[in-house]
Design a binder for this molecule. Structure first.
Ligand SMILES: Nc1ncnc2c1ncn2[C@@H]1O[C@H](COP(=O)(O)OP(=O)(O)OP(=O)(O)O)[C@@H](O)[C@H]1O
Ligand SMILES: O=C(O)C1=C[C@@H](O)[C@@H](O)[C@H](O)C1
Ligand SMILES: [Mg+2]
Length: 303
């Protein structure tokens, strides 16, 4: 007998024992189980004796008649409490599952929230200084520095504009989710990551971000955000009217600033859910780097 044949034989014997045990627990005769499952008594006797192959269909029929899941028939020792928790988790949507995973992980000291304090994510509106300060913090700590938007593009194999064009917001969020999970996994020992300004607006994504990363909100005054963005020459996502020459039209700057204020106001409560806040207003980049160092958990010393 080959090793895999031997393994299958053991599985069938164990399965038979489990069917018998569950039947006894339920107080069902073999005849009753046959009637309820539509399987023959003879077949059930073979199953319980660990003989013959069992199809998924008949396993499902037996499990259903015993009022348990097929998994419980296959699991080593049925753990009623585990099955109860699985039943509860099965009723949650994906975002709630991420939350439950995080809660269970942090409550019992398990899971992916481990090492979270060494994975730093910078959040905030454009011009906050995420790239400038993030790269410097990473260099100081000898950690990798990644920009989530670039990682999303890598995940999708195309540019941000194309992702939105081809896959829409929902597709973009899917790639973002994958990128977040990959970065957290690839940098279990620590990383500094920047994020796009709108990441906080999608609850499931923000929950996922917070479950794996220590989030710092970099903020500035609306005027400073605006002047830093203007200096970089790219006004997204703030509304600006451009003239035929492509230049920002007269008076459009006020319009863009109003837009920025609206966006900031609508996100402020969300950004404030971060683990720490660093206000870069009226500070030099050098001063803000020091503020950021103080705001994040101390680096862990390697063993
Ligand atoms: N206190 C400060 N902290 C950080 N950056 C500052 C500060 N004061 C001025 N700056 C300047 O503001 C700009 C911030 O731009 P940066 O690209 O780092 O922002 P960002 O948050 O990454 O924006 P985006 O969302 O567009 O990627 C830089 O040119 C930086 O030199
Ligand atoms: O704050 C925002 O809504 C955005 C910020 C940029 O980083 C880009 O991600 C995009 O232009 C949207
Ligand atoms: Mg940036």
């Amino acid at each position: 007998m080959t090793e895999s044949e031997q393994g299958a034989r053991t599985t069938l014997v164990e399965l038979g024992a489990r069917v018998r045990a569950w039947r006894a627990r339920r107080g069902m005769t073999r005849k009753a189980l046959a009637a309820d499952s539509g399987l023959s008594e003879r077949f059930l006797a073979d199953v319980e004796g660990g003989k013959g192959n069992v199809s998924i269909y008949s396993l499902e029929a037996a499990a259903r008649a015993l009022n348990i899941s097929i998994l419980e028939l296959l699991q080593d020792a049925p753990r009623p409490a585990l099955v109860r928790v699985q039943g509860l988790l099965g009723r949650l949507d994906d975002g709630q599952l991420d939350q439950a995973y995080m809660l269970l992980g942090s409550t019992f000291g398990l899971g992916d929230s481990l090492g979270r304090e060494q994975r730093i994510a910078l959040i905030g509106l454009r011009g906050a200084g995420k790239t400038t300060l993030g790269a410097q913090l990473a260099a100081q700590r000898g950690l990798a520095f990644v920009e989530l938007d670039r990682e999303i593009e890598r995940e999708a194999g195309t540019s941000m504009n194309e992702i939105l064009l081809l896959h829409g917001q929902a597709g973009y969020r899917r790639y973002e989710r994958r990128a977040l999970l990959r970065i957290a996994e690839d940098h279990a020992d620590g990383v500094v990551m920047t994020t796009g300004g709108s990441i906080v607006s999608e609850r499931e994504t923000f929950d996922l971000l917070q479950s794996r990363f220590y989030c710092v909100w970099l903020k500035a005054s609306p005027e400073e955000h605006m002047s830093r963005v203007v200096a970089q020459g790219d006004m997204r996502p703030f509304h600006t009217t451009r003239g035929e020459d492509g230049e920002i039209a007269q008076g459009a700057m006020g319009e863009a600033l109003d837009d920025l204020r609206r966006i900031l106001a609508s996100r402020e409560a969300l950004y404030a859910r971060a683990d720490a806040v660093v206000d870069t207003a009226a500070r030099t980049a050098r001063q803000s780097l020091k503020d950021l160092e103080r705001a994040v958990p101390a680096p862990t010393t390697p063993n």
